[in-house]
Design a protein around this ligand. Structure first.
Ligand code: CA
Length: 231
């Protein structure tokens, strides 16, 4: 397993006591910490200092976390974990094309948060196969090394997690995976039963790669069991 110590985490949180607790605990776990206390500052630091991961609160002064996330994604693929305080915010994180990699709801346990930080850092550093040959399925081309998906020769923009999910399914074509399995393998930690994350990511992927998302040919559903790649 990749050692994630020494990585730089940007903590974006305007509530100083929470920011302080996060900082202390991240440092205790061997990380370097940068702090931002409002949205604009977060964006500046994220772009200028290139942290390895960003913990991003939703409710922030000057610019909210959703906007910050979107703006960072215009140029950076830094893993972003959103800190959400309410169920509506979770829905928004899942439903919008923000490009956030993960979210955690407040109040969170520090243990869980540290596990998520580690998992997302590892994910972004995961080794790719040697070959530069894309996987080809009908009109779909998946280039794992270049993190690129093309459909009929046109690049399809996927978020980090969408790509990881597609890669996981496509490299084991025909094999059926339960939502729980996908959460563990693609998201890399034990979720406490929020299957929506998988369903929403599958739906988004289908919208991007299928001609008719309600009649998919690549990512198929095995009713009552889970999902599989069928091309
Ligand atoms: Ca806040």
């Amino acid at each position: 397993m990749q050692d994630t110590a020494g990585k730089t985490i940007l903590v974006v949180e305007d509530e100083r006591p929470i920011a302080e607790i996060l900082k202390v605990n991240l440092i205790k776990n061997g990380y370097k910490v940068l702090n931002a206390f409002d949205g604009k500052e977060a964006l500046d630091i994220a772009l200028a200092n290139e942290p390895d991961l960003i913990l991003l609160d939703v409710m922030l002064p000057t610019m909210d976390g959703f906007t910050v996330c979107k703006k960072i994604r215009e140029t950076k693929s830094t893993p972003i974990i959103m800190l959400t305080a309410r169920a509506e915010e979770v829905d928004k994180v899942l439903g919008l094309e923000l490009g956030a990699d993960d979210y955690i709801t407040k109040p969170f346990s520090l243990r869980e948060l540290m596990a998520r930080v580690k998992a997302n850092l590892r994910r972004s550093a995961v080794a790719v196969p040697e070959t530069n040959e894309p996987l080809c399925f009908a009109e779909l081309e998946i280039n794992i090394e270049r993190y690129e998906v093309k459909k009929r020769g046109e690049v399809v923009e996927l978020t980090y997690r969408e790509f990881e999910l597609l890669k996981y399914l496509a490299t084991q074509s025909g094999k059926i995976f339960s939502r729980e399995h996908l959460l563990n393998k693609v998201w890399d930690y034990e979720y406490v039963g929020d299957d929506r994350t998988v369903d929403v990511t599958i739906r988004r992927l289908r919208e991007k790669i299928e001609d008719d998302p309600s009649n998919p040919v690549y990512i198929l559903t095995k009713r009552g069991v889970g999902y599989y790649f069928g091309a």
